[in-house]
Design a binder for this molecule. Structure first.
Ligand SMILES: [Zn+2]
Length: 311
């Protein structure tokens, strides 16, 4: 199976499917473990801060169950690479925190006829639905056309670990049903849970005949994707992330040498990535090419720093 996202939702989903013995788990996430993640991302402890999430996730999952195969992919999910990322899996579980990569996966799953278990959480709310191509409504039948910049983000609004574990567990239960050949419960249904009053509602969905993805209107909205992206800063300064669409297979030893040469201290270096620091700037680079720089004044500075590191 594929679990897209190794953060809040990814944590309970990955730990459950690994412990239950799902034999092949591809896990995709472009991020690095940050101290602010630990409140809700229970796959990780303080010892892996600064390490790529997929690398830390793999070692934790293999600890839980050494008999499974985990395929860590430290890349963003984009309209261009989604099809290749979902090759050879029986189902895709959505544990993402943004709509654009979800739409990319929804479309790829529709094309390759792969079940897609949608899940989303914010504050104390969560919702989930099980999408079976050709049978049920697709994600864009009932939640199409949403722009990420119009949504509240977890970095700003926060998200309660309890609702993450609730929704992630329901997604896992649906996944196991599909893998065992049983009927998933949330086909054409959207479950909505709100922990503020502990209300749980199930709304019936139906396929939108004019859906731009699975219906008759054959012109899906463009999914926005940019190689450089500014994300919510964690503490002061601005944070930029570089998103390669394919694995650039960088040589980390050479990068570490360059990082030291330009005056940064290595904080932690692992098989797949390096985190470094100096003068109020924290940077991470993953061997896939993903780069995250915090504490900068602008995009030009981020581009310059990346160039210096790559040499
Ligand atoms: Zn649709």
């Amino acid at each position: 199976i594929l679990v897209a996202g190794a953060g809040g939702l990814g944590s309970p989903i990955l730990m459950q499917v690994a412990s239950m013995g799902v034999g092949f788990i591809r896990v995709i996430d472009r991020d690095i473990v940050d101290i602010s993640n630990l409140q809700r991302q229970h796959l990780y402890g303080v010892n892996v801060i600064g390490i790529p999430k997929v690398e830390a996730a793999k070692s934790r999952l293999i600890e839980l169950n050494p008999f499974i195969e985990v395929d860590p992919v430290p890349l963003p999910i984009t309209p261009k690479n989604a099809i290749s990322l979902i090759q050879n899996v029986d189902l895709v579980i959505d544990a993402l925190d943004a709509m654009a990569p979800r739409y990319a996966l929804n479309r790829a799953c529709q094309k390759l006829n792969i079940p897609f278990i949608y899940g989303g959480v914010i504050m104390q709310n969560g919702n989930t639905s099980t999408i079976i191509p050709g049978e049920t409504a697709c994600l864009e039948c009932f939640q199409g056309g949403i722009k990420d910049e119009d949504l509240p983000s977890c970095a700003v609004q926060g998200v309660h670990p309890s609702v993450i574990n609730l929704i992630g567990s329901i997604q896992t239960s649906e996944a196991v049903k599909i893998l065992l050949g049983e009927e998933p419960v949330l086909k054409n249904k959207l479950l909505f849970a709100d922990l503020t009053d502990l209300s749980i509602e199930i709304i019936n969905l139906s396929k939108n005949e004019d859906c731009p993805v699975c219906g008759s209107c054959n012109s899906p909205l463009n999914i926005e994707f940019s190689t450089w992206e500014e994300i919510c800063g964690r503490e002061g300064g601005r944070t930029f992330i570089y998103n390669p669409e394919i694995n650039e297979k960088l040589n980390l030893d050479k990068l570490n040498e360059n990082i030291r040469k330009i005056g940064y201290n290595l904080v932690i270096s692992s098989e797949m990535g390096t985190t470094f620091q100096s003068k109020g700037i924290t940077g991470s680079i993953i061997n896939s090419g993903v780069a995250i720089f915090e504490g900068l004044t602008g995009l030009e500075e981020a581009k310059k720093l990346k160039k210096q590191i790559l040499g």
